[in-house]
Design a protein around this ligand. Sequence first.
Ligand code: HDE
Length: 712
Amino acid sequence: MSTDKPVPGAPSSVTPQIAEPTKPHPAPSPKADQQGPKRVSPTGRPSAAADADSQTGEYLTTAQGLRLHDTDHSLKAGDRGPTLLQDHHLREKITHFDHERIPERVVHARGAGAHGTFRSYGTAAGLTSASFLSSEVETPVFVRFSTVVGSRGSADAVRDTRGFATKFYTDEGTFDLVGNNIPVFFIQDGIKFPDVVHAAKPHPDREIPQAQSAHDTFWDFVSLHTEAQAHTMWFMADRGIPRSFRMMEGFGIHTFRMINADGETSLVKFHWKPRLGVHSLVWEEAQIINGVDPDFHRRDLADSIEAGAYPQWELGVQVFPDTGDSTFEGIDLLDPTKFVPEELAPVRPCGLMTLHANPRNYFEETEQVAFHPGHLVPGIDVSDDPLLQARLFSYLDTQITRLGGPNFAQIPINRPHAPVNDMLRDGMHQVADHTGVAPYRPNSLDAGCPFQAGAESAAFIDIPQPVPESAKVRKAPESFADHFSQAALFYRSLSAIEQRHVIEAYTFELGKCYEEPVRIRQLESLANIDRDLCEAVAGGLGLSAPEAEQPVGATDRYPSVSQVGQTWPVDGRIIGLVIDENSDIESVISARDEIVRLGMQALIVAPTAGKAAGSDIPVQRSYLTARSTEFDAVILAAETVGVASDKRLSVLVDEAYRHLKPIGGWGSVAAILESVGIDDGAAGVILDEPRTTIAQIVDLLSGHRVWSRAGA
Ligand code: HDE
């Protein structure tokens, strides 16, 4: 069969074409939320390449624009003969394919991104001259969330720290806030970063386990380098398994120095506060998700943006006086394994970020985006934190390998929105259209341009911070020697149920280690941190709790680190609405509409895919494709009592119950509950008519889970 457009001049004996699925037609325009970054060339000219890449033209061409007649058969010496070297199209196509992959990030390889805007409240004007913070302006942003340890194709819901990197395309240049979802880090000096990463990555002999910390080399490292204990405690807690990127805090971790228009400096720590609150999975749920839907977080981010439930975070700063010793309330602000509880230094809100557009092309945007903590703007400078100092070297360096040379700032997602007028020239993948003859300064040939800017013309001027008088040494300050007190204060600030999760996490992780000396050494750290914690974990491992050598004494409690005990908006929460052939469709429709009206998503789960029996209502999941882990709450609106014997439903309900999710319904709900031994008066189980059921489920969801079911 041939296309309806004859190929002019083609011999009649050409190879028959494979049937086209459709006639050529205009390409659908990108989805509303996929508008992508603004495309301007580094020189400010419209990028010629920008529109050539959208695969919207009618005819298939080579990279040189040559229209192709056949892309399905290589050029051969006869239809059964060998392929000819002459086949330039085959060679171009295969060669390009052979080079499609670039090295994945050495850490944070698996990520998901989104575009959005940051609207400043202008409240930080007293702290910084940075234009995107000091006045009420809107700045485009691109955010990439990531896990740290796993490869690019690993699962989302692993126990790990999450990256939270934001690129602000400000009018004074690009500012990157490259943070994590935990406010402390593993190590105090960047020189140990290769070591901690080697320890956390899969073992070098068999390359297992993937994306896990539950293995010997990881626990060997953190028990030997006890500065890692505070960070480890945070991700053994629920923060290590977030429910969603939308429900994570973000932290710049390091202390930064800000300078205002009057030249006054302050020390600050950056915080992102999610509007939906900080929420997590439970461990069994996370493990199931990793098999059932390894893309869980990525999907959640994209789906919520597409559904219009735009994720939002408020940016805030903790502010500390810049008194010269970089210490606040006895906490060394240059030690990245320490955080400052909000009870001691409240977070001052500076602006609101809304993510409203998914990337148009994953590779071009999410994969090629290049963050760097050294991408600063006037008004924000670094501190002497030795971890941050090493990062300032690493990010630029790694992009050169990962993105194939020094010109990665010309990739559309990395292009600043501020005018670029640099004197960087040539190099691999140079695509800028530089004019002029004098890329040096001063010069007299290109009208003397470019000129250097001053403070009055928004130049970045390094804050002239005095350097301590000292000899060159390879050592850490005394204050860095305290490795346990913050782990203890964090643990003791958690609620009882969160502490139980921490105990279970340590017991699980150490239980996966083969080497007993490693387990015992980690128990020795726990003994210093908290006696009860150590005993509980040791008990689970069948070991005895060692004596503490440097026990942390009494600590204050800082409830701000706990995730339990408040209520939050339920926007974008997902409710599984389970029906069967006999469900009353009118109640199902009104329940679905009510859920949507309340800003949540309803997924109808029916015995088969297609339409709900006797209606036009589309079914989103069948009993076969649904799993409890997709839902924040389950509503059972099935009417056939016999449905209770369907194993798929009883597994769904049983899991939802064990994972402390609200369960409600009408119809045969009581029979289904009974089939899995759930009392219909149990906590978080609501049997009522649709509207009341939904209202009560919303109440429960605002606290995230039915904590009382776990005895909390
Ligand atoms: Fe990173 N880190 N890091 N890191 N980091 C990278 O840069 C590094 C650290 C963080 O979505 C790499 O472009 C060193 C702290 C995020 O693209 C690399 C040290 C924090 C991302 C690198 C640290 C982070 C990275 C790998 C110790 C939280 C993902 C690919 C001195 C404040 C960014 C890349 C994205 C990525 C080095 C420590 C956050 C190799 C040497 C602390 C969110 O350059």
